[in-house]
Design a protein around this ligand. Structure first.
Ligand code: AHR
Length: 307
């Protein structure tokens, strides 16, 4: 992957700085870019020496980056695991080297919770559930079937697994609501566009699109418009994240609802890094506060939106 060190110009006192190795998922979405910026800015502000690696959405790159951090004897390792499974070996290596690990944004499914100190991020199941509950409310007077297509995030990732779970559980309240097609668009605009084109070809009647992030929803807009349909009217669109471009689409009436997922984890992460480094107790889970947006709420929030 691409490595660089953040927060330059440390001068003579550089040796006293906490060294944090951070392995990022990639640069797949607007959310991810905002998250990376937040981490770099917060590290610089906190006086933490950040070694940043971009894994380009590949687990093998993340494992390599973590092994490099262990070899370099960084003080703390943080990472956002691209998928949930397959981390036990490398996490054990970090533990054996006495380097504390913090999970950021996405979680792992390791049974041994002693392999990491804490998790900071969102409740993805809740985001899916809030999306589904909004749809149940919108369609409560529908008499016939409501056909839903789902653009899933990266296969095997915590946000894809959890958002699907929360949404599916919520829509079970209305038997008219049916997911007629569901496929991964890998959290990217290009993926969202391509998979939505296939959905539109294969399904004559699509009433709702549930996209696991804004970027896939934004890609799907192009496919929907090209198919001669009006996004937000002919097809109700629900997404997750609430990054600027998504909020703009919502304010413009092209999206109908967004469940927020905050990428601004940097400050809280640096606090946890300092505590873990000092050997202080930290909570097992630190959750971000989030909300949801309708079209009217997006119009009101957009002018002051930070990302
Ligand atoms: O893990 C968070 C998810 O990853 C965001 O919702 C998505 O946009 C990003 O790619």
């Amino acid at each position: 992957g691409n490595s660089d060190t953040g927060g330059g110009g440390s001068g003579d006192g550089g040796n006293d700085k906490i060294v944090l190795g951070f392995s990022q998922v990639g640069a797949e979405s607007g959310w991810r870019t905002a998250n990376t910026n937040s981490i770099k800015e917060s590290a610089a502000a906190a006086g933490i020496d950040l070694k940043f690696d971009d894994a380009q959405q590949k687990q093998e790159n993340q494992i390599k980056a973590i092994r490099n951090f262990i070899q370099q004897k960084v003080d703390v390792i943080a990472f956002s695991p691209v998928v949930e499974s397959g981390w036990d070996t490398v996490l054990k290596e970090a533990k054996d080297a006495d380097i504390p690990v913090i999970l950021t944004d996405r979680s792992v499914d390791s049974a041994d919770k002693s392999l990491y100190k804490t998790f900071i991020g969102s409740d993805f199941v809740k985001e899916g559930r809030l999306s589904g509950e909004w749809l149940v409310e919108q369609t409560k007077s529908a008499t016939g079937p409501v056909n839903i297509v789902e653009l899933q995030g990266t296969t095997g990732s915590a946000p894809a697994n959890d958002r699907k779970k929360g949404f599916t559980e919520a829509i079970a309240a209305n038997p008219n609501l049916k997911i007629v097609a569901s496929q991964s668009g890998d959290f990217t605009r290009a993926g969202g566009k391509q998979v939505m084109e296939q959905f539109l070809k294969a399904n004559p009647k699509i009433d709702v699109l549930f996209a696991h992030n804004d970027d896939m929803g934004l890609g799907a807009l192009e496919a929907i418009t090209a198919a001669g349909k009006q996004p937000g009217k002919d097809i109700t669109i629900i997404t997750i994240d609430a990054v600027k471009d998504g909020m703009q689409a919502l304010a413009d009436g092209k999206f109908n609802f967004i469940a927020e997922c905050s990428p601004l984890l940097g400050d809280q992460l640096m606090e946890l890094v300092k505590k873990v480094h000092a050997g202080e107790e930290v909570p097992a889970r630190v959750e971000t506060e989030e909300t949801t947006f309708t079209q009217e709420q997006a119009k009101a929030a957009l002018p002051t939106r930070k990302y």
